[in-house]
Design a protein around this ligand. Structure first.
Ligand code: IPE
Ligand code: IPE
Ligand code: MG
Length: 260
């Protein structure tokens, strides 16, 4: 048999052995500290049901709450949710308007529970590009949860990875120009601090739903060594079992960070 075929067969056996990991095994295993999710597939979920796309976004909002609760229970430190990209402004006005109302609706319903559950809300993205009503709702949630020390629920809203990197470069260049910083003192660590994630640790696990295998401008710097899990499940159908499954997949990976 060709070696390539033999290796492939061995790998298959290894994979099926690992699939017998039970839910309990996973929950007792290493839980990623920072989970980031590209919540995709709301539109297709709605289309499958002959509903308007916005119905998918509305359903997706409930999943956000469920995943927040589960992540908090699992002692995840940071849950980043990609909710609106800098490219999503290209969508029809009706859809954009709806998406800009969702954070308010979400927070109107769930903020008291988030406070009670000790969740700290945080924003990664440009607040000034948001409509005033959206910005106000998010800033209010950030303020009223600022003293909580449980899960950090980090919404990537009006966020784009390239814009973020360019903005960090501009801020650093200004400092150099003013003579407050020397070019040779710029380090990776310092650069990270100028990003919109500031002091947040990098994602350990990145999940994207809906079967698309791309990053769509998400955290290009921060995911240098994240583990990626892509699933065909559409975001409104994403359940506790799916999140636990993705964590199980993460636990099977050997993270080497370039070492051996
Ligand atoms: C993700 O679902 C939500 C946002 C990008 C705001 P989509 O709206 O992208 O759903 P699909 O990809 O069209 O199915
Ligand atoms: C990425 O999804 C952005 C969010 C999930 C918020 P998109 O649906 O916008 O990505 P593309 O256009 O398919 O790459
Ligand atoms: Mg999409």
């Amino acid at each position: 048999m060709l070696n390539i075929l033999k290796n492939w067969k061995n790998q298959q056996t290894a994979a099926s052995n690992l699939e017998s990991l039970t839910k309990e095994d996973i929950l007792n295993g290493e839980i990623p500290e920072h989970i980031a999710i590209i919540m995709d597939g709301n539109g297709r979920w709605a289309k499958k049901r002959a509903l308007p796309r916005v119905a998918g976004h509305h359903e997706g909002m409930k999943v956000v709450k469920r995943m927040t609760k589960l992540a908090n229970e699992l002692n995840v430190k940071v849950l980043t949710l990609y909710a609106f990209s800098t490219e999503n402004w290209k969508r029809p006005k009706l859809e954009v308007d709806f998406l800009m109302k969702l954070p308010e609706e979400f927070l109107n319903i769930y903020l008291p529970e988030l406070i009670e559950e000790n969740v700290r809300v945080r924003l990664t993205g440009d607040p000034d590009g948001l409509p005033q009503h959206t910005k106000k709702a998010v800033e209010n949630a950030v303020k009223s949860t600022a003293n909580n020390d449980g899960l950090v629920l980090n919404f990537a809203l009006n966020y784009g990875g390239r814009t973020e990197i360019v903005s960090a470069c501009r801020q650093i260049s200004e400092k150099v120009k003013e003579g407050k910083l020397r070019a040779e003192d710029i380090t990776e660590e310092m650069f990270s601090a100028y990003l919109m994630t500031e002091s947040l640790q990098d994602p350990d696990l990145l999940i994207r739903t809906s079967g698309e295998i791309r990053l769509s401008n998400f955290m290009l710097w921060q995911i240098a060594y994240s583990e990626f899990v892509f699933t065909d499940v559409l975001w409104p159908d994403f359940s506790d079992e799916h999140l636990i499954g993705a964590i199980g997949e993460y636990q099977r990976r050997g993270r080497r960070f370039g070492g051996i």
